[in-house]
Structure formats: C-alpha cells, structure tokens
Design a protein around this ligand. Structure first.
Ligand code: DGL
Length: 271
C-alpha cells in the first residue's frame, strides 16, 4: 500500500526532506505543496505565515486525500506547528533546526545555526537551544540570500557563488569558529556542496534523516487510523507524485522541469 504524504514549504526547499523520506520509505506517494505566492517566508511577519500555512494545509487536506503532512520548512514549523495540529486531524510532522544532534557532534562546543532571519529570532529556536545546547556557544546567521540561491540552482538559473562565502564570512574569519553547522532551513541541503566548500572542516547537520525515520514510524503505527480515513474519505485520491504551487505567474517551464528532476511529472495550481 502507498501512503499519500504531503510535503509543504514556501518553495523548493522541502524537496530535500521529501527526497530523504522517499529514500528511506518505499511506500510513499509524495504530494508537494509550496506557497510561492508568499515566498520567502523568512522575511514575512509571523501572523502572515501562520495564517497561510494553516489555511493552505487545511484546504488541501479537505480536498485531497493525505495520510500524513510534513511541514518541510523550519520557518513555518517553528511558528505554525501548534495551530496546524489543532486545525486538522491528520498526523503532522514538523521540521525544526537540528540543534540536539549538533550538540552531540560538536567537539569545540561552538555550533553555527544557519537559518532564515525568522527562524533565528523565534522563541521555538531559543527553547531548543536552551533545552539541548545551553552549555554550547551558538553563532547564528539568518539569511534569505541563500534561500534565493537554492531556488535559482534548482531551476537551473545562474547564481553568484561568491554570495555564499560572503554570507558565511564571520565563520571563516572570526576568532570563534563553529566546528558543526546546523542547516536550519530546508533550502540549504540543496547547497550542501557549496557550503561545505566554504567551510571544509565543518560538520553540516540537517533534519532530513530524523524526519524520514519519524515518517516511517508514524506510517507504521498510524496504519489503522489512516485506513479508516481512506474508507470514509470524500477527498480526491492522487496516485502519482504531484506538486502544487500557489502562484500561477511563477508556473513556468523552468519550474516544471526543475520538479521533473525530482520525480514530479505534474505541477498544478492550488490557490
Ligand atoms: N525552506 C524554508 C525553511 O526551512 C523557508 C525558506 C523561506 O521561505 O524563507 O525555513
């Protein structure tokens, strides 16, 4: 049996989570919803992000059969997870910065957190640091420039690689340098090689593996509940990997072929 898993993000970043989930779980049919009308989330006010994420996930799961939702976006998860969980009955997995694993990996006790400007300032992120890395030094860089670069790379547009070294400058030149860096935005694993080139000695940590394992656990353990949902459902069942975006003006051939590379043969509008 194949499970319909909805991956949600503002843009293409969540595909890094989707890819790892598919690698570890052979029984997933991925659906991918991204809110490119409001991209990037990292510079939006919190209430805008909460409203959009709750509304889109609620309407999508009322129209289309979904067994599990993955909010494959740190910026959305760290502010909207609780409200989304209250608004739908389907299990929800959130993606948040991998502070806990990073604090076990670091040897010099200095962790870099690379995320969007919004994730950097969130209470959720501060709580994670206080709970799992209160005895470590955390150096934060909040950037939307790298988010934009990841989008350009994915759809085959040229980008200025110099920007990556510029953004990471304080970790390559500063007196205190991290030996472990958390990729706290799902766009950044798409730039893993480029980031590693600038920070060759550093261990890069993301949440992909942990999320893929969590998905497997939930699909195995929520099986009966999911089957019940399917039987009673009046929602449309999509059986092929299908992506949906919210901005028709950005639905162009580059985006379609970008998604094809990730196995999505169809890109539709969900407005
Ligand atoms: N991919 C997202 C994240 O994990 C958000 C990027 C953005 O829209 O700013 O944070």
């Amino acid at each position: 049996m194949n499970y319909s898993v909805l991956f949600f993000d503002s843009g293409i970043g969540g595909l890094s989570v989707c890819q790892e989930a598919m690698r570890q779980n052979g029984n997933i049919n991925p659906l991918y919803l991204f809110d490119n009308l409001c991209f990037p989330y990292g510079i939006q006010p919190d209430d805008v992000v909460i409203r959009r994420v709750v509304d889109l996930i609620q309407r999508f799961t009322s129209a289309i059969h979904v067994d599990l939702v993955v909010i494959a976006c740190n910026t959305a998860s760290t502010v909207a997870l609780e409200q989304v969980r209250k608004s739908v009955t389907i299990p929800i997995v959130g993606v948040v910065p991998a502070i806990k694993p990073a604090s076990k990996i670091t040897r010099n006790g200095v962790i870099g957190l690379l995320a969007t400007p919004a994730t950097i300032r969130r209470k959720y992120t501060m709580d994670l640091i206080n709970a799992f890395a209160h005895d470590k030094t955390i150096l934060k860089i909040g950037t939307s420039e790298l988010v934009e670069i990841a989008e350009r790379k994915m759809i085959g547009l040229p980008y200025d690689a110099e920007i990556i070294s510029h953004v990471l400058n304080e970790w390559t030149c500063g007196d205190v340098r991290p030996d472990t860096v958390v990729l706290g935005c799902t766009h950044f694993p798409h730039l893993r090689d480029e980031i590693q080139k600038v920070l060759p000695e550093v261990v890069l940590v993301d949440s992909g593996d942990a999320i893929a394992r969590r998905i497997r656990y939930l699909l195995e353990n929520e099986k009966e509940k999911n089957c019940e949902n399917t039987e009673n459902s009046v929602t449309e069942v999509i059986t092929e990997p299908t992506a949906y975006c919210t901005d028709i003006r950005k639905l162009n051939s580059e985006l379609i072929s970008g998604f094809r590379k990730f196995g999505f043969s169809d890109l539709r509008i969900f407005a």
